[in-house]
Design a protein around this ligand. Structure first.
Ligand code: SF4
Length: 321
């Protein structure tokens, strides 16, 4: 059986809203509101949903870049929120993140050699003498050229900068990588190149990815399983093929209806969702999606739908399924 690398159990992350002259907590933004899933070795879980649904907060809390409000995250069986500072620091290299905007996440005053080698020196994984060899090996693996090692971020295209971001994560030999909208800022053709690079690296090194994107068509190419989030909750989770061929939740159906079909002879009825996403500080009662759902009933306004396995690991939270 394939080893579980990361397991999330009923994870909640609330951000307090302060108000009044004493700056008391008067409410919470429920960015992540009780989600559970796991990622196995060599597996990619895609996490999708509109912006503000809690995907990025989920990824950052899984890496303990943010503290949790409730729930647990286990990395290879170890509860990461129980780790002391020193233990967490030694686990950090195993859990990496690749950000959306490679330009703002790369220090413009540092060369590629310094950017990619910095963490290696910080963690004592290499001496100054051999860091350059290791950086060279890693940037070549990421599709950059030897002469790029002395260059600075402004000298690269968006796709190349993202390769630097990948090299920076890769050099620490991680086991779990959060790709947070890692290709969203790139042109479509460059997106495909970066996704292929991530997939090739995974095939070789057996990384586990949490691949976060607002775009279901992007997630499709790299994911083995896909989770759909709405207002901090997971509304559907399934194997990729199952989710794309048999979506069950009305929200997933609406998102999928917006994905273009590459065959011009085929058409798909577009489901338009009316209204904006409600505020996670004041989510709707019952099913959080009821204010936009074309199938809502009275029950949906009053009762929270149970998130349950409807067969073969296909989870959904909806009263009418
Ligand atoms: Fe729509 Fe009701 Fe299902 Fe929510 S529970 S998705 S409102 S049908």
């Amino acid at each position: 059986m394939t080893e579980t690398v990361i397991k999330v159990e009923n994870l909640k992350k609330y951000f307090p809203i302060k108000g009044g002259i004493f700056k008391k907590t008067i409410g919470n933004v429920k960015a992540v509101d009780g989600i559970s899933f796991e990622i196995k070795k060599g597996e990619t879980v895609g996490l999708v949903g509109e912006s503000g649904c809690g995907k990025s907060t989920t990824g950052r809390t899984m890496l303990r870049l943010l503290e949790k409000t409730e729930g647990n995250v286990y990395f290879k069986g170890e509860d990461i929120f129980k780790l002391e500072k020193k233990e967490l620091r030694s686990m950090r290299p195993k859990m990496q993140i690749i950000f959306q905007d490679p330009y703002s996440s790369l220090n413009p005053r540092m060369s590629v050699s310094e950017i990619v080698g910095e963490a290696l020196l910080d963690h004592g994984f290499a001496t100054r003498k051999d860091v350059n060899d290791k950086v060279m090996e890693t940037i070549l693996e990421c599709g950059l050229a030897p002469h790029h090692i002395r260059r600075y971020p402004h000298e690269f295209s968006g796709g190349q900068r993202q390769r630097i971001g990948i090299a920076r994560a890769l050099i620490l030999n991680p086991e779990f990588i959060v790709c947070d909208e890692a290709v969203s800022a790139l042109d479509v053709s460059i997106q495909a190149q970066i996704i292929n690079l991530l997939a090739d690296l995974q095939a070789e090194k057996q990384f586990s990815y949490l691949f976060i994107s607002h775009d279901l068509s992007v997630v499709k190419h790299i994911s083995h399983k896909v989770g759909v989030m709405y207002l901090g909750s997971m509304v559907e989770f399934a194997e990729k093929r199952e989710l794309y061929s048999k979506p069950l939740h009305p929200y997933t159906k609406a998102l999928l209806s917006a994905v273009p079909i590459p065959d011009p002879t085929l058409t798909r009825e577009r489901i338009i969702l009316h209204g904006d996403i409600p505020s996670p500080a004041n989510p709707p009662s019952g099913c959080k999606f009821h204010t936009r759902c074309p199938y809502k009933t009275k029950r949906c306004e009053e009762e929270i739908p149970e998130y349950r396995d409807v067969g073969g690991g296909h989870y959904v939270a909806c009263h009418i399924i």
